[in-house]
Design a protein around this ligand. Structure first.
Ligand SMILES: C[S@@+](CC[C@H](N)C(=O)[O-])C[C@H]1O[C@@H](n2cnc3c(N)ncnc32)[C@H](O)[C@@H]1O
Length: 122
């Protein structure tokens, strides 16, 4: 499979899952959504549209998002997620969405391992 196909699959899966969660109202009534990996802000923009009124707290190393998709400063937590996620851990998140894969299976296996610890945030 080409890397373009892999990219399209990843992005499509993200959107389909988020749309399903929104359409079926699967989130708890309260709690922030945590977006791990702001990047260009495309997924953040979709979260804002899909979960209107919900606080979305965003983690990344630095801000590199499009101007229309940059969270307010109060909702931005910058630094390495392995450190900032643990420091944030409030136990009140409704959902964690993470898009921080590298495309290298051995690196992504390590990321997935500690991503499971993000459950402690919820
Ligand atoms: C693929 S991009 C996210 C794209 C985003 N979903 C979008 O729609 O534009 C991944 C982002 O995660 C951030 N990232 C990756 N590993 C990280 C880590 N360990 N800690 C904090 N941010 C990280 C990168 O800086 C990058 O901006």
């Amino acid at each position: 499979m080409s890397r373009l196909d892999l990219f399209v699959n990843r992005i499509t899966a993200q959107r389909d899952i988020l749309n399903l969660i929104a359409a079926r109202r699967l989130l708890p009534e309260t709690g922030a959504i945590l977006e791990v990996g702001l990047g260009n802000g495309r997924t953040y923009s979709h979260l804002v549209d899909s979960f209107a009124g919900r606080r979305i707290v965003v983690f990344d190393r630095a801000v590199a998002s499009h101007g229309t998709s940059t969270p307010p400063e109060a909702d931005l937590i910058l630094g390495e997620i392995s450190e900032t996620g643990a420091a944030y851990a409030k136990g009140d998140a409704a959902m964690v969405h993470a898009d921080i894969g590298t495309g290298y299976p051995e690196k992504d296996a390590k990321i997935q391992a500690w991503c499971r610890n993000l459950r402690s945030i919820c």
